[in-house]
Design a protein around this ligand. Structure first.
Ligand code: IZC
Ligand code: ZN
Length: 409
C-alpha cells in the first residue's frame, strides 16, 4: 500500500552524503511505501503513478527528516531538581559530584527501583522526544553500574523500543561513574566492566556501542582505552564522552581506538581536532549541556567544520546536566553559541547525527529508499526554525510511513 504525503510547502533535507548544502524543493510531495520513501515528485505525478494511494495531509508544512538525537541518557529513576537549585545558587556540577551527588546519587536510587517502575518512566520520557520531532535516539545505560542493574537498564530500552514508534539505538555506558562500593579500588570496577559486563551485554546483544565518561576524576584515558578495546573485541563500537570539563586527551584516544564518535569536546586540543578529522570520528556537540551548566566555553564547532568534520548535535538528555528532549532548542543554541548557520544546524541534527550512530544508510535525509521518518514543521522556511525558539514547531511526526504524533494548529 502506498501513501502520498501531499499539501506540503515542500521538503528541506541535506543534499548529499557529505558537505553542508541543503536540498530545498518547494511544491513537491512524497510517496511512502513499506515504511520507506518510494518517490519524491510533484503531487500530480505521484497521483498518476499511485492512483489508489492513501493520503496524509501535509497541512501546509515543510517536511524535514525526523530529527536524530545521537546522545541521550533516558533510563534513570528520580529527577535531580534539588541539584539544579544548588547550581543556581552557585555550586558547580563537579562540586556536587565530589560530595557524592550527581550520577552516584542517581545510581543509588536506580538500584532501588523496579523494572516496571523504571520502564514506565522511561516510556513517558522517550515519548516526549517524538512530540518534539525526533524519530531516532541513541540511548545509554549508566545509572545501574552493577552487572544486573546495567542489564536491567538495557532491557528497559529494548522493551520501550517495542512499545513506542521511535527507533532506539542502545549504548552500554557501564563506565559512566565509579559506584560507591568501588571508590577505594577504581581499577577493580574497570575490571568488572571488562570481564563481566561487556561480555554479557555483547552476548545478549543489548547494545551496539560502548561509551566511557572519560573525564578528570571519572575514568582516565588509560582506563577508557582498556574498556573500549575490550568492547571492540566483543563487537561493541567505541564512543566517548571526551574533553568536556577538562582537557584529558579524550579526542586523541577516540581517534586511536577508531571510535564512531567523541562527544562534548569543549576543551579539545588542536591535535585532537586533527586526529579525529583524520580518523573520521564524528564530533557530537551538546550545547544544551554547556547552557544548562551555565558555562561559557562552548565547543569550537567552526574549527571542526573548517577541518572538514561532520559535526553532529544532540540533547544529552539526562537528569543532571541537560534536562530536555527538545532538539529544536539545540538548533537555536548551536546557531547562537556554536556559530552555525541554519543549514548547518539542520544537517548536524539529521544526517550527521545519523552518522554518529551508524544509521546514515536508513535515516537523516529525505531520499528514495530511506526510512519514511519525517517531521512536518509549521514554519515559513528553514531559516525560521532556530530563530523562533523555545516553542514546538512540530505539526505531525511520521515514522516508517505512519503518522505517530499530531498537534492541532
Ligand atoms: O546524570 O549527570 N555528564 N553524565 C556525564 C551526565 C552528565 C549525566 C548525569
Ligand atoms: Zn552524556
Amino acid at each position: 500500500m502506498t501513501t502520498i504525503l501531499h499539501n506540503l510547502q515542500g521538503i528541506v533535507t541535506p543534499a548529499d552524503t557529505v558537505g553542508w548544502e541543503l536540498n530545498i524543493q518547494a511544491g513537491v510531495a512524497l510517496a511512502l511505501e513499506d515504511g520507506r520513501i518510494r518517490a519524491i515528485d510533484t503531487p500530480e505525478k505521484l497521483q498518476e503513478m499511485f492512483a489508489d494511494a492513501r493520503r496524509i495531509d501535509g497541512a501546509g508544512c515543510w517536511a524535514l527528516p525526523g530529527f536524530v538525537d545521537p546522545h541521550t541518557h533516558p533510563v534513570f529513576f528520580k529527577t535531580r531538581e534539588g541539584e539544579f537549585s544548588l547550581r543556581v545558587m552557585g555550586k558547580s556540577y563537579e562540586e556536587i559530584a565530589a560530595a557524592g551527588g550527581g550520577i552516584r546519587n542517581s545510581v543509588r536510587v536506580f538500584r532501588q527501583a523496579s523494572f516496571d517502575e523504571l520502564s514506565e518512566l522511561t516510556y513517558q520520557r522517550i515519548r516526549r522526544f517524538l512530540e518534539y520531532g525526533t524519530t531516532t535516539i541513541e540511548a545509554k545505560s549508566g545509572y545501574g553500574l552493577s552487572l544486573e542493574d546495567e542489564l536491567k537498564s538495557l532491557r528497559i530500552l529494548k522493551k520501550v523500543a517495542e512499545l513506542l514508534p521511535i527507533t532506539i539505538v542502545p549504548t552500554f555506558l557501564g563506565a559512566h561513574e565509579v559506584p560507591d562500593e568501588y571508590q577505594r579500588d577504581r581499577e577493580k570496577y574497570v575490571d568488572l566492566i571488562i570481564n563481566e559486563m561487556i561480555p554479557r551485554v555483547a552476548e545478549e546483544k543489548l547494545a551496539e556501542f560502548c561509551d566511557v565518561f572519560c573525564e578528570k576524576d571519572v575514568f582516565t584515558v588509560a582506563q577508557s582505552e582498556r574498556i573500549l578495546l575490550a568492547a571492540k573485541d566483543h563487537g561493541l563500537q567505541p564512543k566517548l564522552h571526551a574533553d568536556e570539563l577538562f582537557y584529558t586527551g579524550g579526542a586523541e584516544l577516540a581517534a586511536k581506538v577508531g571510535a564512531i564518535s567523541a562527544d562534548h569536546l569543549l576543551k579539545i586540543s588542536a591535535e585532537g581536532i586533527r586526529s579525529m578529522a583524520d580518523a573520521g570520528v564524528v564530533p557530537v556537540l551538546l550545547p544544551g549541556t554547556t547552557f544548562f551548566l551555565g558555562k561559557s566555553g562552548y565547543a569550537p564547532a567552526r574549527q571542526m567544520i573548517d577541518a572538514g568534520m561532520p559535526v553532529a548535535i544532540a540533547t544529552d538528555f539526562n537528569p543532571g546536566s541537560s534536562m530536555t528532549q527538545n532538539m529544536q532548542l539545540m538548533l537555536t543554541l548551536s546557531a547562537l553559541y556554536l556559530k552555525m548557520t541554519s543549514a548547518e544546524v539542520i544537517t548536524a541534527a539529521t544526517r550527521n547525527a545519523a552518522r554518529a550512530i551508524a544509521r546514515e544508510d536508513r535515516v537523516g535525509t529525505l531520499e528514495t529508499g530511506k526510512d519514511a521518518d519525517i517531521v512536518l514543521l509549521d514554519i515559513p522556511g528553514h531559516e525560521y526554525l532556530p530563530y523562533h525558539y523555545g516553542v514546538n514547531h512540530v505539526r505531525k511526526v511520521i515514522r516508517h510511513g505512519r503518522v505517530v504524533f499530531e498537534r492541532q494548529a
